[in-house]
Write a protein of this length. Sequence first.
Length: 211
Amino acid sequence: MASDKIRNQIIDAALELAAERPYSEIGLGDIADRAGVGLDVLRSAFRMRIEIVSAFVERIDRAVLAGAGETTEESSRERVFDILMRRFDALAPYRAGVKSIVASARRDPMLALALNGMGVRSMGWMLEGADAGRNGLRGAIRAQGLALIWARAFAVWLEGDVPDLDKTMAALDRGLTRGEQAVHFVERAVDCAKAPLRSRGGGPPKEEAAA
């Protein structure tokens, strides 16, 4: 099993190469050469390229969560805003490589699907880090909703050669405002769907209920 040091060398190599040319054109041999390891070592660390991307996303998650402080008097919305802005800070050194991966995903449905799954999972952790997470269906709704908000702000952050943080912050702020309203609406709908029929006037006769 490869050590954490070797795994990080491989992740860094993949991001460096992606910053130089389209990610879709980078092979595992290229990554191994840049990382200074043999293919056998790379194979012991990762089974396929997408696992390298997933490990990078997890590394960003850990970096952001390590900087998450204790719950403050801020609203949950403000805490989510702060933790997502810290995520942009953590991603900044790898922006060129990340941009290449995202561009490749536009032409690769499987990569795009995998990135979406990673995004939803990461947003679940971001919600936990902001003390705004929920369990079960509510948690899934919030994570998916935040993933969409993040994706829109992330697209703004990737525009141009240099990120415009003012525009990024504005996009994130708008998204969280709309998302907060949408999530409240959906969660109320979930509550209504779960409410027993009896609470609406006694429910149906026993025969109908059994049917």
